[in-house]
Design a binder for this molecule. Structure first.
Ligand SMILES: Cc1cc2nc3c(=O)[nH]c(=O)nc-3n(C[C@H](O)[C@H](O)[C@H](O)COP(=O)(O)OP(=O)(O)OC[C@H]3O[C@@H](n4cnc5c(N)ncnc54)[C@H](O)[C@@H]3O)c2cc1C
Length: 409
């Protein structure tokens, strides 16, 4: 296995770097830096998507005929890595990275022609309607009903934790069309226009004070059967395919950026002995450990990439990477909070625009904030990151997968 980039890869890296240098405005970089979770400010993210789309790079992993790039796996990795290191706002994954590959794999030519170009332009913006109040880890327990009524299904039930439901105009849902057989059978994958009568969205307020997730209620919502993706009663096949795409990706560069920011913050903060916190041996050791683990993660990502480039299945490695990346990210948000010290007390300057742009600061009268951006973000990131070990398949579930697949238990 060769971990060095080839000369062609380095040329490609330089091309990506030049593009990022030119196109990432200070405002876009700031939006990337101030993201309080995996999701940056929605407007900035869409703005960046438009810029990438103009260059043909909004959805590089799609097949070329649908607007993707003819890149090697290594080039995809380099592109993601450079984008993260440069602080580009990330794009919402639900359309481009999740439902679109499923539309490519299972969609009719009409569905592909309608959705794919619109997802690229942002005209169609999807959210994900999988989880229900009683169906999360045990997703196949879902009950949202879709009753057959001629050319339509009539849907009643609710979805929960739906990220970006208020920004989305489409939702992809798993619905129950039959109760016969095993619970994985009788599930259908439906694409639902969020403007259809009978849909109500109630935002959920997170511990961070933000409202990015929602509960979505469906009351006799009429959906044409032409909006079924794949076959009726066989939505589980589509759902599983899509989950693989939900978990992919490179996390190490993002964690490196987080670690760098922690180090910067700790250099500005006074430690217990009156010297900069970064010089405190106990703090420095904790940060060093997190950085070493990030390096290890990056090597594991390279190893997985190398296996995939040779056409091998990454197997349980994706579960291992998910656990490592989310636990490390949580660790770094803890260190960021420690670096913020008393100034990291929860203060939510953007409570006016949940999940959105950080408003201009008016530091509280007691002056516990210096007004630096990172101090506003540190507590919000800390709270948001608790969810990292829950979503996209909880870490306990990933450990179950590892126990079976890697340890044979
Ligand atoms: C921030 C955030 C964003 C999300 N966004 C979306 C979204 O956009 N769309 C969407 O559909 N869903 C979304 N989700 C939902 C997410 O997929 C679920 O929260 C997740 O699948 C866990 O399900 P649950 O919350 O019902 O917890 P449960 O499944 O009830 O689990 C509760 C606890 O029990 C543990 N547990 C459960 N089963 C087992 C087992 N067999 N072995 C060991 N431990 C187990 C879990 O690990 C967890 O710790 C989001 C969640 C969060 C927190």
């Amino acid at each position: 296995m060769d971990y060095d980039w080839s000369a062609a890869d380095l040329d490609f890296r330089d091309e990506v770097r030049a593009f990022l240098d030119e196109k990432l405005t200070p405002e876009l970089r700031r939006a990337g830096r101030l993201a309080t979770s995996v999701y940056p400010d929605h407007e900035a993210s869409m703005q960046w998507q438009h810029i990438l789309h103009e260059r043909g790079w909004a959805a590089p992993a799609w097949p070329v005929e649908h607007g993707g790039c003819d890149w090697s796996l290594t080039q995809h990795y380099i592109f993601n890595r450079e984008s993260m290191l440069a602080g580009a706002p990330s794009l919402s994954p639900m359309g481009i990275r999740m439902v679109a590959p499923a539309i490519v794999a299972f969609g009719t030519p009409e569905q592909q022609a309608f959705y794919l170009p619109r997802i690229l332009t942002g005209e169609v913006f999807f959210c994900q309607g999988y989880s229900e109040p009683e169906a999360g880890s045990d997703l196949a327990a879902l009950t949202m009903a879709a009753v057959d009524d001629g050319a339509d299904f009539v849907c009643t039930g609710s979805k929960i934790w739906t990220t970006h439901a208020t920004a989305a105009n489409w939702i992809f849902c798993l619905v129950r069309t039959s109760r016969a057989g095993k619970k994985q059978q009788g599930i259908t994958f439906l694409l639902i226009d969020m403007t259809t009568p009978g849909i109500e969205i109630r935002p959920l307020v997170m511990t961070s004070g933000e409202q990015v997730q929602n509960q979505v209620f469906f009351d006799n919502v009429r959906v044409p059967k032409t909006n079924v993706l794949g076959r009726i009663d066989d939505g589980w096949t589509v759902a599983k395919y899509l989950l693989v795409h939900e978990r992919g990706g490179a996390a190490a560069p993002m964690l490196q950026v987080m670690a760098r920011d922690v180090a910067t913050a700790a250099a500005e903060q006074t430690g217990p002995d009156g010297n900069p916190l970064i010089d405190d041996a106990a703090f420095a050791a904790k940060l060093a450990e997190a950085r070493i683990r990030t390096e290890v993660l990056e090597i594991l990502e390279y190893r997985t990439l190398s296996a995939m480039a040779q056409g091998k299945n990454p197997g349980p490695a994706s579960s291992m990477l998910k656990i490592l990346a989310t636990e490390l990210s949580q660790r770094l948000t803890e260190l960021a909070l420690e670096a913020a010290g008393p100034r990291g007390r929860v203060y939510q300057p953007h409570a006016t625009a949940p999940g959105g742009p950080i408003a201009e600061f008016t530091p509280p009268a007691d002056g516990y904030r210096s007004g630096a951006d990172w101090q506003a973000v540190a507590p919000l990131r800390y709270f948001n990151d608790r969810a990292g070990s829950i979503y996209a398949g909880s870490n306990e579930i990933q450990r179950n997968i590892l126990a079976k697949a890697a340890l044979g238990l």
